[in-house]
Design a protein around this ligand. Structure first.
Ligand code: CMC
Length: 432
């Protein structure tokens, strides 16, 4: 295929030539438009894992994997993590611009006033087994929101789409905290409107009715940063799942529940839990070489959790900020020397020098450090992915809304390279 950047790409195939338009993004590589290819040439393209395929047009988030750059609506993630805060970032992702002070105040007010869950949902939640993984509870409860909030399920009504969005961003911390409280047998703690978003989440997770709970501002800031760093990440697996579910016209609660289900996997959001489990399993620095050689062994499915990324091939800019946050939190809590952290630091040092990891461009990703912070804050590993899910909710919603508003949007319907049997006649069971 010849790629003339000023005009079209040309595909020569079975003696014929096809002109394919080239679309130019505002930044990033050009995109060859193959939408008419099947109709004109009767041929599919093959790209399992979507490594070379842009599935949509989007103006929300940009990643340059080689530079290690992540921009939300053009703003670098490190600037947002340092100068902004999660709800301002939510506004930015949802509406495209940073809010004025008035817009921010009104937005925060709306979110704060939607944090409580319909009381009947408490009974619904109590139907789960106590030992259910909080992600299992979240998938179920978020999906069930369409039954409790059916007045915001009409995707063709912009006002309903907006209310559904606000409801999910506001209620997700409440749901995650309730899933946690339920799993440890403690009473649910209601949201407190005088607290900011991150402090409120910490309070709902760690307060008990029997005594006052004062949120530590450093921990609350670290929590807010974790939310901000995970808020969106362009067309990753869970976001693409939300878009695919939404492309059929499914209601927003169902779409976000689908995203949560996809996020759960250890190759995606489940990596933060898997990473800490792995660090604990390694146990002490003497065992690291054994795990490094397992990770390199082609016949061993083991991978170093928290290392590598489909897009970042230099460094993960979120990991940089998260590492700094980890140092702050662990310093504050005076646990710089805990054994898990020692294993993590040594593993990081060895992997960054080891030729296997260097040559394959496998660097610590955001999940390598986030688990360490969350563990230090007192969260069990099972809560790591629910926290990722609550942070990513705004990204899923922004992408879902963008898709619904796109006039060229169609139901997502990939094709396949069929390798099964060709047509054959049915054989009666007696003759088989
Ligand atoms: N440990 C050991 N080897 C690895 C690892 C790892 N963590 N990751 C990739 N490799 C090797 C892999 O075996 C392959 O080797 P070869 O070329 O010899 O076959 C090569 O590196 C390329 O790997 P890949 O699987 O083709 O790369 P991918 O882009 O499909 O996968 C990934 C990306 C993130 C799924 C993968 O790196 C991985 O499984 N990492 C561990 C899980 C993890 O930390 N995931 C969190 C990602 S960040 C949070 C998020 O966005 O969800």
């Amino acid at each position: 295929m010849m790629n003339d950047k000023t005009k079209n790409a040309t595909l020569s195939f079975h003696g014929k030539t096809y002109e394919l338009p080239i679309l130019s993004p505002s930044v990033g590589p050009d995109v060859i438009d193959i939408r008419k290819l099947y109709g004109e040439a009767d041929v599919f393209t093959f790209d399992p894992g979507f490594t070379s395929t842009a599935a949509c047009e989007s103006d929300i988030t940009f990643i340059d994997g080689d530079k290690g750059e992540l921009l939300y609506r053009g703003y670098p993630i490190d600037q947002l993590a340092e100068k902004s805060h999660y709800l301002e970032v939510c506004y930015l992702l949802l509406y495209g611009e940073l809010p004025t002070a008035e817009q921010l105040e009104a937005f925060e007010y709306r979110i704060t006033n939607h944090t409580m869950l319909h009381e009947q949902m408490h009974y619904f939640l109590r139907g789960f087994r106590r030992d259910a993984h909080p992600m299992a509870t979240m998938v179920g409860v978020v999906g069930a929101m369409s039954a409790f909030y059916h007045d915001s399920t009409d995707i063709n009504d912009a006002a309903q789409r907006e209310v559904a969005s606000i409801r999910m961003i506001a209620k997700m911390p409440t749901i995650a905290a309730m899933a946690y409280k339920y799993s440890i047998g403690q009473p649910f703690i209601y949201p407190r409107n005088e607290l900011d978003y991150a402090s409120n989440f910490l309070s709902m997770c760690f307060a008990v009715p029997a005594e006052d709970y004062v949120v530590n501002p450093i921990l609350s800031r670290a929590m807010d940063r974790i939310f901000t760093l995970h808020a969106d990440h362009e067309q990753n697996a869970s976001t693409s799942t939300v878009r695919l579910a939404g492309s059929s016209g499914a209601n927003p609660f169902a779409c976000i529940a689908a995203g949560i289900a996809c996020l759960w996997g250890p190759a995606h959001g489940g990596a933060n839990e898997a990473c800490l489990t792995m660090l604990r399993e390694i146990g002490s620095v003497e065992h690291i070489p054994e795990y490094i050689s397992r990770a390199k062994d082609k016949n061993d499915p083991f991978r170093l959790m928290g290392f590598g990324h489909r897009v970042y091939k230099n460094f993960d800019p979120r990991a940089k900020v998260m590492k700094q946050s980890a140092d702050e939190v662990l310093g504050l809590l005076g646990i710089e020397n805990n054994p898990t952290l020692q294993v993590a630091k040594e593993l990081e040092r060895i992997a960054l020098e080891d030729d296997y990891f260097v040559s394959k461009k496998l660097y610590p990703n955001v999940d390598f450090y986030s688990g360490i912070i969350l563990d230090a804050m007192g969260f069990p590993t099972s809560m790591f992915t629910p926290i990722f899910a609550l942070s990513r909710t705004v990204g899923w919603i922004a992408q879902w809304k963008e898709m619904i508003g796109d006039p060229t949007q169609k139901i997502g319907r990939p094709r396949q390279l069929y390798t099964g049997a060709t047509e054959r006649d049915y054989v009666d069971v007696e003759q088989r």
